[in-house]
Write a protein that binds this ligand. Structure first.
Ligand SMILES: *Cc1c(COP(=O)(O)O)cnc(C)c1O
Length: 386
């Protein structure tokens, strides 16, 4: 996934391009502990899908293992396999839907499978039987997301079927909320009631519930403590970003990610000399400007053109013209900036701050998309300072 960059960093960090993501591991640790304290005694399944929300899958997983997180959640098989290859031994749930031909890879690598239908559950059982092993699964219940999972109103048969699958170990059962980060929690309460009803089938069937029951994403962790059951699944909150502007900020977390680059070029742009593709920006006075080697090819989204700002020497300046694939131009007004000066794209410098929420607003998207779009061309570095 990001292995080329890991290699590059360790072998030649001094010659790396200066456009880098710096992850503050102390912040991640602190966020983890704050969430854990708030949800205790519920267990923790930090969510590390999409390269740990851009923070670097393997490194963040190593930290979670060190912090004794109970479980890790990722989206797809490849993420789980990479973690196993990297020596991560803790339990890993793949939350996405499984394809039949993938099942042996899950079983072989001790990856927990999301069983999202009766048919898939039977496939898993058969594959495990063929391998003379047991497959570990969590049953996925759809209580109102309409993505994957057995509908809550069909869950009784699903549960009954799971009890007959002798080569399947049903370790967990879970659901996912559609609106837990909203101000209005009525839909979350509806989903929660449906899930509780599903769980009550176990009593009706006179059998034990699976050991792990989980539902809460970041929004629910912040706003719905009756959804914790015995494990929670924090994603974006772990990285120090709140899932929405509306959500109640009941746990204090801080962003762990800084995205920075350096000035590679300075020039004065003469009047009536437009900047960038499409010549969308020009001035009728001379403009002092610097060029910074980052662009939409790194995930600095082109849709932020006209709105984006960066920090140089503790002050915010506008990006001018269209964002290119690999470069942006910044108007530094009457100020000075020099080659190699640090440029903060996301983060804090001398008391001024640009957040992923700012970038999301400029790009008319959500912070999740900003974080997960910072792609693998951008090397990740890790610091412990606070
Ligand atoms: C992504 C995801 C989460 C984490 O969501 P956040 O809003 O980032 O906390 C939890 N559960 C499932 C099933 C997910 O797909």
């Amino acid at each position: 996934m990001n292995e080329i960059n890991h290699l590059t960093i360790s072998s030649s960090s001094s010659v790396l391009r200066p456009t880098q993501v710096e992850v503050n591991l102390s912040r991640l640790r602190q966020n983890f502990c704050r969430i854990r304290d708030a949800v205790a005694p519920a267990k923790m399944m930090p969510i590390l899908k999409a390269n740990a929300y851009g923070h670097g899958l393997v490194r963040v997983a190593g930290l979670m293992q060190e912090l004794k997180a109970d479980y890790i959640g990722v989206a797809v098989l490849e993420e789980g396999l990479l973690l196993r290859e990297s020596g991560i031994t803790m339990p890993i749930l793949i939350m996405g839907g499984v394809f039949g031909n993938q099942i042996p890879y899950f079983i072989q690598n001790d990856l927990t499978i999301t069983a999202s239908s009766v048919a898939k559950l039977k496939n898993i059982d058969e594959a495990a039987r063929d391998m003379r092993k047991k497959a570990k699964v969590h049953l996925k219940i759809d209580t109102g997301m309409e993505r994957i999972g057995v509908h809550y109103y069909n869950a009784e048969e699903f549960i009954r079927c799971s009890l007959d699958c002798s080569c399947v170990e049903v370790e967990g059962i879970y659901t996912h909320f559609a609106n837990a980060d909203a101000a209005d929690l009525s839909y979350t309460i509806l989903q929660l009631d449906r899930f509780k009803h599903v769980l009550s089938h176990y009593e009706r069937l006179n059998t034990e519930r699976p050991p792990l029951i989980h539902a809460a994403n970041s929004g629910a962790i912040l706003q719905a403590s009756d959804s914790f059951f015995n494990m929670v699944r924090p994603g974006i909150l772990l990285y120090g970003v709140y899932p929405s502007a509306d959500v109640r900020r009941t746990i204090a977390v801080q962003p762990a990610l800084t995205w920075k680059s350096r000035v590679v070029y300075f020039k004065v742009i003469l009047p009536d000399h437009p900047v960038g593709y499409g010549s969308t920006w020009q001035s009728n006075t001379p403009v002092r400007a610097v060029t910074v080697p980052v662009g939409y090819g790194d995930g600095y989204l082109r849709s932020m053109s006209q709105y984006a700002r960066v920090i140089i020497r503790g002050k915010q300046y506008p990006v001018i013209g269209s964002i290119s694939m690999d470069q942006i131009v910044v108007n530094i007004d009457n100020d000075s900036a020099f080659n190699n000066d640090e440029v903060i794209l996301v983060g804090e410098s001398e008391g001024t701050l640009i957040t992923v929420e700012d970038l999301a607003e400029w790009a008319k998207t959500i912070p999740y998309e900003i974080l997960t779009n910072i792609n693998t061309r951008v090397p990740r570095t890790y610091s412990e300072t606070d």
